[in-house]
Unconditional design. Structure first.
Length: 217
């Protein structure tokens, strides 16, 4: 099954380091960041899991939950967590899904259906380095795929979350490299007449279709 932005995130039941979960129930009325790993005790992923542990408070502020996945058993995750805390200086403070049978990895189109547990190739492993951002409506809002040798930029995930939450609330879009507090773009679906009511402070328009205004509060 091929997944796209706007699709309902596939639901599943799985064992995690914090017990059995039903994914949709676990999300509840919050946002969710699901990020996956092809194998435990790998160097790049070790730094990523530690980074997310340090950033958890920022995701908490945004009503977002973090959950990791690795294509190994939960018992291995628990042993790996000790290494992560020792080397990265932060305990893993969110659940890690055990996926030794590759059920979730296949469900989320990270691996082909014919992939066999314990017999994956290096090329297949490379596809299990994804980030899914899922809204309270259980729809996929963002998908990122990273190569094995490049650590993920979770500041970017946080930036996108800020943008998506802002643009869901206000009729705006965010420009390239936008960060919290910077100017935004009035959505193309809003005509000038309505824009005057929504954005009484006005806007700059270097082109009629490019209307720049202050970020709404």
């Amino acid at each position: 099954m091929s997944l796209r932005i706007g699709d309902t995130a596939p639901n599943f039941q799985a064992q995690t380091t914090e017990g059995q979960i039903d994914f949709h129930q676990w999300i509840g009325d919050k946002w969710a960041i699901l990020f996956s790993h092809p194998k435990d005790f790998t160097p790049v992923c070790t730094t990523e899991l530690g980074t997310m542990a340090k950033m958890k408070a920022e995701f908490d502020k945004r009503n977002a939950k973090i959950i990791g996945l690795s294509a190994d058993p939960v018992d291995d995750h628990r042993r790996w967590a000790k290494d992560i805390e020792e080397t990265q200086g932060a305990p893993v403070n969110y659940p890690m899904i055990g996926d030794p049978d590759l059920k979730v990895a296949k469900l989320y189109d990270m691996l082909p259906a014919e992939a066999t547990p314990g017999k994956r190739t290096a090329a297949e492993n490379a596809t299990v380095r994804t980030v899914f951002m899922i809204g309270p409506d259980k729809k996929i809002k963002l998908m990122l795929f990273y190569p094995m040798t490049t650590g993920r930029n979770f500041d970017e995930v946080l930036r996108v979350l800020d943008s998506i939450q802002l643009t869901a609330k206000h009729k705006v879009a965010t420009p390239a490299n936008w960060k919290q507090g910077q100017d935004v773009i009035i959505a193309g679906s809003v005509n000038d007449e309505d824009a005057k009511k929504l954005f009484p402070e006005g806007w700059k328009a270097p082109k009629p279709y490019l209307r720049i205004t202050r970020q709404p509060k």
